[in-house]
Write a protein that binds this ligand. Structure first.
Ligand code: ACO
Length: 327
């Protein structure tokens, strides 16, 4: 049973992008595309690509250390690690256990969660439920991906969209009166509909093909779904808390595509000045995108303690979800 007197409070965020950048101009040398085409349709300017041998857990560890430093904590303070990823280092063990070991943590639990681009919101919703139950005290919630490894670099319809990166958040269980004015995660809403595999999937896997496979996507269908349907979880968050779009300070959606971001905000009645968008800097980094955007917007002083922040994500499956946070 959930303990009504506990709430998960954000203590810090951090992120990491691999050193190598790949610009739209660089991509135009690999496939038949142009900076103009990519930027007009997606808002993306460049993405980062992990070095040979640089794995998802290595990116995740760096983001985790940055989030811990931001929170003023050390690895030993953490007793739960949940990693949202679709590009794990290995089929098993989990990327979360690799990060746990790299951080030198030998207590608590660590596991991966697979919800593709919704991975961070699903991991956050899961972690905050653990914390509110009283079973764990402080969680590292990480989104880490190396999508460059599952991209078909000859397919211009997908290779221009994605990049590698990682982001992390530290949350802590704290006593709460339940008021919306108090800091912490106010509500989370998760949805899935497994009928849509063909629209966005990887065509390989240990059980089906014994291979890793490549990402395949029906871009137009994904676009329609992302804008048309998934805003329902944000409406659910408003309904559950009585918060209105006007009261929001920031809207931090999954960073897939600038047009999806702007159209979603417009549909929800959220003013453009409240939208955090960093997709131009790193492309679609799947589960890493929201904590990457949060890190940027806290580092530059936009998101401040006490602000109301709405997260929203959609990903393969389809999966989609929201989280409303009093920062
Ligand atoms: N460069 C140049 N031309 C291209 C490229 C490219 N990289 N890719 C496709 N084209 C061509 C197509 O071949 C097509 O040519 P044709 O008219 O001669 O057949 C033309 O451009 C138009 O293609 P469309 O697919 O109709 O382009 P559209 O305007 O739909 O844009 C895009 C494609 C950007 C993929 C869009 O559909 C989209 O953003 N979809 C959402 C996908 C997404 O964000 N997925 C992320 C994963 S899911 C998630 O994170 C939620």
């Amino acid at each position: 049973m959930t303990n009504p007197s506990l709430r998960s409070v954000v203590l810090g965020v951090g992120s990491y992008l691999p050193a190598r950048t790949l610009t739209n101009h660089d991509l135009a040398k690999i496939v038949d595309t142009s900076d103009e085409w990519i930027f007009q349709r997606t808002g993306i300017k460049e993405r980062h690509i992990a070095a040979e041998g640089e794995t998802t857990s290595m990116l995740g560890e760096k983001a985790a250390r940055a989030a811990l430093a931001n929170a003023g904590l050390v690895p030993d303070d953490i007793d739960l690690i949940i990693v949202g990823t679709s590009t794990p280092d290995w089929t098993f063990p989990s990327t979360a256990t690799q990060i746990q070991a790299a951080l030198g943590i030998t207590h608590g639990a660590a596991f991966d969660l697979q919800a593709v681009c919704s991975g961070f919101v699903f991991a956050l919703a899961t972690a905050e439920k653990f914390l509110r139950s009283g079973s764990h005290k402080r969680a590292l919630v990480i989104g880490a991906e190396t999508f460059s490894r599952i991209i078909d670099w000859e397919d211009r319809t997908t290779c221009v969209l994605f990049g590698d990166g990682a982001g992390a958040m530290v949350i802590e269980a704290r006593p709460s009166s339940g008021a919306a004015s108090e800091r912490g995660i106010l509500t989370t809403h998760l949805r899935s509909d497994g009928r849509h595999r063909d629209k966005l999937h990887v065509d390989g896997g240990p059980s089906a093909t014994r291979t890793v496979g490549h990402l395949r996507m029906e871009g137009k269908e994904v676009f329609k779904f992302a804008v048309g349907k998934v805003t329902d979880v944000v409406a659910d968050a408003f309904a559950a808390t009585g918060v209105t779009p006007d009261e929001l300070d920031w809207f931090v959606p999954h960073q897939a595509n600038r047009r999806i971001i702007d159209m979603s905000a417009q549909k929800l009645g959220i003013a453009p000045k409240k939208v955090i968008a960093t997709v131009h800097l790193h492309g679609n980094t799947s589960a890493a995108s929201i904590p990457l955007a949060l890190s940027a917007a806290t580092a530059d002083g936009r998101i401040k303690q006490g602000d109301l922040v709405m997260l929203e994500a959609v990903g393969g499956g389809f999966t989609w979800g929201s989280a409303l946070i009093r920062w």
